[in-house]
Write a protein that binds this ligand. Structure first.
Ligand code: IVH
Length: 662
């Protein structure tokens, strides 16, 4: 190819990738299948490898580049990043309004621009000649840390602006979605690493990784809410800033949740609305921010100390409650990890009754000095996980003792071990009853073998009754065994057997995940299946083969090799195949439904999870709520409000039959 056409081709690939990134990460409206996207990306990588002189810093291939840093360098903000005055009381909206009016010497109603107070990490993106040249944390407001390499890995952040702008500093918040936070913690715990207390800490921890490839895996998102220094930008109203962001393809969420409110009463209504929907949001917010909309008035109002006079934050009352720790029990997980859990007097935290809270590990117990009998404050971290925030030492009863996780496994009494780099101690006995039970629960779980009628309670019973010890034992259960159990009728026994039978036909990735090999999570299992394509190939993998798999390091390789070379493991696999497990070859995703978003509602003949898989394997996407971006509503029987909303928005409605034809 002549140089000119290579350049053109590279340019076109970058444009296409950027367009798809924007559709996927900002608009939540994928336009092609993952497979097709990967092909574009590969083609670009190959061309750039052949023509290194054509690699530019704004190429999508440069999002994750460079070696891990040894530390972050300090960098000054050209204009200080100030903070907002905070309050917890809606009364203060009125006080704020009075102060603004008094300062401006006016009686007229002020137009306020109201927005979400995102609970993440403030960041400044510096664009020079439309190129992203730096990303700096807020730090102390004057000087922050240069985290450019890490911020570039966030795909929603443009590396180059859509229009020519000599200088623009964009300010906003980096946040982690609640679902990604939960998944990250699951992964951390699987790997024996420290879990994050809430999505904000997880977002901040992810940005402060010295190795950008780790940040890249964390699914962070960014929303803009302000600007620092700029050239050639003139806006009269804060609201216009969001129009500018949209034009430049800088992510923001203004059109969904922001509102112009005239006068404090409207602001109070806005506050109440946002407070009522905060739990439905995908990310944490801790209040609202109220800004005077007119930029002229903002300039007139100016600053007092380190806060603008033209803006204020009204926070939500934190959902905290006081209760007593009645006991601390130690749970043993599938890998043998010991986790202390506080059993508490039931207490309401923001509308949810909380009885248990994980205490994570010994270090955490020591740090907070949590003891049985203590009065404690609990909240729900990231709206989901109950957590002990602090001990009320003054209320501590007499004669309590510091809590120590036992040195023996609480289930099988084997001496526990603690590896140096790990935070939890572990029971090393593979035959420990707790480990067997948890391993079986993992095996049967939805994302593994998906034996949906085999709930945790039944697994406990089967092990207690000596019916099941190994994975393959599940497939040897007879109806007469089941009928001999208490609370098991003819119909549930049959349903359970059917569900076990159905699980025999399984995707390679799900099967590998089900085996519960240490450190092999769902994504790693998928990568392994993609690479090896069959169980035989996987079981025959060498160290070199394994190291070629995406995202696999030496620790994982060691764990996999150790497992697949073990005689017991081999025997168990043979037994599973003998009882009739059939492994499907991984499919290369087709793309008939690329870019189409579905919402599913009502009762349908198939399970939701299966329908979702079918849609996704054809390149489509399933979302939980209807919006203008939805393409189809698949409506079963007794469809409710979603059906009304779809009609209202003129969205195509599919019956089960229409869907099957599709
Ligand atoms: S505006 C001069 N808008 O709150 C005012 N801040 O205490 C600049 N924050 O450090 C801030 N959401 O991290 C603004 N919609 C929003 C915000 C927001 C969250 C955070 C930001 C800042 C802190 C201010």
């Amino acid at each position: 190819m002549p140089k000119g056409s290579v350049e053109k081709k590279i340019h076109s690939l970058r444009e296409q990738i950027h367009k798809h990134d924007y559709a996927y990460y900002v608009e939540d409206r994928p336009t092609i299948s993952d497979y097709e996207y990967d092909q574009l990306y590969k083609e670009l990588e190959e061309l750039e490898a052949k023509h290194p002189d054509l690699v530019t810093p704004d190429s999508p291939t440069q999002r994750v580049s460079g070696k891990p840093a040894d530390k972050f360098h300090k960098k000054e903000h050209r204009i200080a990043m100030l903070s907002l005055q905070n309050s917890f009381d809606t009364e203060d909206i009125y006080t704020f309004d009075e102060r603004v009016k008094k300062f401006l010497a006016t009686d007229e109603e002020i137009e306020y621009y109201c927005e979400l107070k995102l609970d993440g990490l403030a960041i400044e993106l510096v664009y020079e000649d439309s190129q992203l040249v730096a990303a700096i944390t807020r730090g102390d407001g004057i000087t922050g840390e240069d985290v450019t390499q890490n911020v570039k890995t966030i795909k929603a952040i443009p590396l180059r602006l859509k229009e020519n702008i000599p200088l623009l500093e964009v300010r906003g918040e980096i946040v982690m979605r609640k679902q990604d936070f939960l998944a990250l913690n699951e992964w951390q715990s699987e790997k024996g690493l420290n879990e994050f207390a809430n999505p904000r800490n997880a977002a901040a921890g992810s940005i402060r990784q010295l190795d950008p490839s780790i940040t890249a895996r964390r699914n962070l998102i960014f929303y803009a809410y302000g600007v620092g220094l700029s050239e050639n930008i003139s806006i009269q109203q804060h609201s216009e800033l969001y129009e500018l962001f949209r034009k430049l393809q800088i992510p923001e969420i203004a059109n969904k949740y922001n509102q112009i409110c005239k006068g404090p009463a409207k602001v109070e209504e806005y506050y109440k609305w946002i407070e009522s929907i905060r739990h439905d949001l995908q990310f944490d917010i801790d209040g609202i921010v109220v800004k005077v909309n007119s930029i002229d008035l903002q300039n007139e109002l100016g600053f007092v100390a380190r806060n603008p006079r033209w803006a204020t934050a009204v926070k939500f009352t934190p959902e905290r409650s006081e209760t007593t720790i009645q006991d601390i029990v130690v749970q043993v997980g599938r890998t043998g990890a010991l986790t202390p859990v506080a059993v508490m007097e039931p207490v309401d935290v923001g509308g949810v009754t909380v009885t248990h809270a994980t205490l994570h590990n010994q270090d955490e117990i020591d740090r907070k000095d949590i003891r049985i009998g203590d009065r404690v404050v609990v909240h729900r971290a990231g709206d989901v996980i109950p957590e002990v925030v602090e001990v009320l030492i003054k209320k501590r009863p007499k004669k309590t003792e510091a809590f120590q996780i036992p040195k023996q496994c609480p289930i099988c009494q084997t001496e526990t071990i603690k590896e140096e780099e790990e935070v939890k101690s572990r029971c090393p006995n593979p035959l420990c009853e707790a480990r067997i039970k948890e391993g079986l629960k993992h095996f049967a779980s939805r994302r593994a073998m998906n034996i949906d009628k085999l709930g945790d309670k039944w697994i406990d019973t089967f092990v207690d009754k000596d019916l099941v010890h190994t994975f393959s034992d599940i497939y040897k259960i007879k109806k007469s065994d089941l009928l001999a159990l208490e609370r098991m009728g003819e119909k549930s026994a049959q349903n359970l057997l059917d569900s076990i039978q159905q699980s025999k036909n399984v995707d390679l990735a799900n099967f590998i995940f089900a085996l519960g090999i240490r450190f092999v999570g769902e994504q790693t299992a998928k990568n392994l299946a993609q690479k090896f394509q069959s169980l035989e190939m996987f079981l025959g993998a060498s160290e070199e083969d394994l190291l070629e798999v995406e995202d696999i390091g030496p620790k994982l390789v060691r764990s996999i090799l150790q497992t697949i070379s073990s005689k017991n493991f081999r025997q168990e696999i043979e037994e599973l195949l003998r009882v009739g497990i059939e492994i499907k070859k991984p499919e290369i995703a087709s793309s008939e439904l690329a870019g189409k978003t579905f919402v599913i509602t009502g009762t349908l003949p198939e399970e939701r999870g299966k329908i979702k898989k079918q849609i996704e394997s054809r390149g489509g996407k399933v979302s939980s709520s209807i919006s203008k971006k939805t393409h189809y509503l698949l409506a079963g029987e007794n469809a409710g409000s979603k059906l009304d909303k779809a009609k209202e928005l003129n969205i195509s409605i599919l019956s089960w039959e229409d869907f099957l034809k599709m």
